[in-house]
Design a protein around this ligand. Sequence first.
Ligand code: BT5
Length: 265
Amino acid sequence: MTPKIRVEKLQEGLLAKRFGKRILFCHEVGSTNDWAKELSKLGAVEGTVAVVEVQTAGHGRLGRKWVSPEGGLWFSVILRPRQHPLEAAGLVFVAGLAAADVLHDVYGLVVETKWPNDVLASGRKLCGILCEMSTTGEKVGFAVIGIGVNVNFEVKEVFPKSLASTATSVKDELGRAIRLEELLRALLERLESVYDLLSERGLPAVIEKWKKYASFLGQKIEVTSVNEKSRGLALDVDGDGALLLKLDDGTVKRVHVGDVSLRRE
Ligand code: BT5
């Protein structure tokens, strides 16, 4: 099966009403999030999608590098949220829930969500999410949801060794390749419906559903924030998206930003 995206198939059968009505495709860009931000500034409407086969400067949070070779699905969706910026910051959970639902319901993968922005399979990172926003005062001008899924390659063949031990791909998990356009279509449909859930019922309703994949809850974890490490029990993720961590001294800390790793003792 060709790892390439068949442009003429990108909108075939798409049931979403807004997401993916306009799709911009290109073989290679630096980052689809950067491309989508430029398009947003030029007035691109909600639901516009930027998708590529290769990113040469894909990035994660805090400027970290996101490795994006051919065979993966690298795309960004432009949104014009009406929510307050604090609630729109929860878009990462919208994307995480949509990705977990599709990978599980459509492709039968056993997946888990890891706070705040990862989808894992077999304990390894399968999908990463980067949400970025432009705000003026209390208003969101635009938001961009960027999603990267490792799909039709084996990670040990294309990733550096250090990454191959922490990452996985659909092909590694299923033992076969899938159609990139079909995955994109399913993701756009699911993203639109979870985004509608956010608008109609608010972030707590999205997080409740996201938590059914969150198997790190109830486990001993370590959270690394900017320059601080905390250890404790992952108690819950509250309706604002903050992680509640019961520290070893018994106090409960609300963490807003950070990276979670499971604690091996
Ligand atoms: C993320 O950041 O997980 C967000 C990744 C978002 C990527 C999408 S692709 C489309 C759009 N355009 C972009 O430029 N970005 C978005 P973070 O939680 O900071 O994790 C980054 C870390 O994940 C890196 O430091 C590596 O350890 C690891 N990593 C890098 N590439 C990976 C990959 N392809 N698969 C699994 N892990 C990876």
